[in-house]
Design a protein around this ligand. Structure first.
Ligand code: SAJ
Length: 417
């Protein structure tokens, strides 16, 4: 069996970089690969180009010990971990072009015996597609050693870490390892067992792909239930937070929390891969996506209704833009969608956005006369209507007096529960 010493991690994003840092901390020689020169430069200087607790200290340590370096060119290695984005296209099918680009970097370097792990969240069949794509570029290799051609070992090991707790969950979570062959699964299991303290569960590639998608679809369906309750409760004029708190006293009920919608690059995206694979059969999963995707528009109506009660030149505070509390990630963020819709539908109204985790407004809000990024204190003090979109710790810590006399649209139940 191959002895893995050098590992190339392709894609130094929210998953690739933490994985690279953990592997380096466990004695591997790790080369991180990214198309973005700024990311590469940051990592080589021991810095992290996004916010994730404890990550920078790991990266800085690994770089200073010479165990981690970054480059734009894929190097030869004993193992390759692919952690690139898998966005969806406008028809909701998965875009595998980043995976294919990673494969084109890896294929010429292979000699046989290497382990190639796909960590990116993928639609069913993506690992097999990656394997066949590499073999089409290198017909002298095989997946099983047939006809005397050297075998490469392919596996899918989906990441399941929670943004904000990545450095803990990378080590403590159970891990699913799905091999295209049992040899690939076994070698991947060995690799993860070096740093993973959780159970390592071995299966085939497609089951591993589906397990990851199903976990996020499960959460999406449950959040949709909470979001639907919030809309029903508003119609019935009852407090949804109290309703859920009471219902959750039942020993077998555990309703999640409503919010402004579902964001992030996982839960708002992955269920569509299931729907695309089995459109007729995925009715509940599709409906949950629709319910959650509709929530920002419902919040916008709440904002308009509240604003109609105020003098015309009143200002509005938007608290938070991230897709959830205490991170800087704006991907698929319902808060950004709501802020943008407010800016467009109320062009004469000053919107004071408070988001302490960013230095400048995102593209969708930039360059608009009626939107500015200010401190939390300024946003609240200037505004007659406060729209609470993200329950960052600093927002939770706002004294109740700061909100006295103001109208509040509290999408997270911070001051309403
Ligand atoms: N949300 C609610 N109500 C809730 C819980 C969450 O509205 O009760 C919203 C959040 O505000 C956010 C979105 O849902 O907008 C998603 O947040 P999250 O904390 O539920 O999940 P993510 O996207 O940060 O991470 C998820 C995790 N998956 C599961 O919990 C099943 C994580 O373990 C995965 O690794 C990650 O997706 C991923 O990369 O797929």
């Amino acid at each position: 069996m191959t002895k893995i010493q050098t590992i190339a991690v392709i894609g130094l994003g929210y998953i690739g970089l933490p994985t690279a840092a953990i592997l380096a901390a466990n004695g591997f020689d790790v080369i991180g690969v990214d198309v973005n020169q700024r990311t590469v430069d940051a990592v080589n200087n021991g810095r992290v180009p996004f916010v994730e607790p404890d990550l920078e200290i790991h990266v800085a340590g690994a770089v200073s010990h010479g165990r981690l370096k970054a480059t734009t060119e894929t190097p030869a290695a004993d193992a390759y971990i692919v952690a690139v984005p898998t966005p969806f296209r406008s028809d909701k099918s998965a875009d595998l072009s980043y995976i294919e680009a990673a494969a084109r970097g890896i294929a010429p370097l292979l000699q046989g015996g290497e382990l190639i792990i796909l960590e990116s969240t993928s639609p069913p069949g993506a690992t097999r597609h990656l394997a066949e794509y590499i073999i089409s570029l290198r017909p002298d290799l095989s997946l099983d050693g047939a006809n005397g051609r050297a075998a490469i070992l392919l596996a899918h090991c989906p990441e399941r870490v929670l943004p904000g707790k990545v450095m803990i969950e990378l080590v403590t979570n159970d891990r699913i390892v799905g091999g295209i062959t049992s040899e690939a699964a076994e070698l991947a299991r060995e690799l993860y067992s070096v740093f993973c303290q959780g159970e390592i569960l071995v299966t085939d590639d497609v089951t591993a792909e589906m397990a990851k998608l199903v976990e996020n679809a499960y959460r999406d369906v449950n959040i949709a239930f909470a979001n639907e309750l919030s809309v029903i409760s508003a119609k019935l004029d009852i407090n949804v937070w109290e309703l859920i708190r009471l219902a959750n006293h039942h020993p077998r009920v555990n309703i999640l929390q409503p919010g402004p919608g579902v964001g992030g690059h996982c839960i708002a995206v992955d269920p569509w891969f299931i729907v695309a694979a089995a459109p007729e059969e995925s009715r509940l999963i599709r409906t949950a996506r629709t319910v959650n995707d509709h929530k920002p528009r419902w919040v916008l109506h709440q904002v308009h209704d509240a604003f109609a009660k105020l003098p015309v030149n009143s200002e509005i505070a938007v608290l938070g833009l991230a897709f959830k509390a205490n991170i800087d990630d704006l991907r698929e963020s319902p808060a950004v969608e709501i802020a943008q819709a407010m800016a467009e539908s109320m062009p004469a109204t000053q919107i004071n956005v408070a988001e302490a985790h960013i230095d400048e407004l995102p593209q969708r809000l930039r360059g608009r006369d009626n939107v500015r990024l200010v401190t939390l204190e300024e946003a609240v003090s200037r505004s007659a209507l406060v729209v609470l979109l993200v329950d960052h710790d600093a927002v939770r810590a706002l004294p109740a007096e700061a909100l006295a006399g103001k109208l509040l649209v509290d999408t997270r139940g911070v001051f309403s529960s």
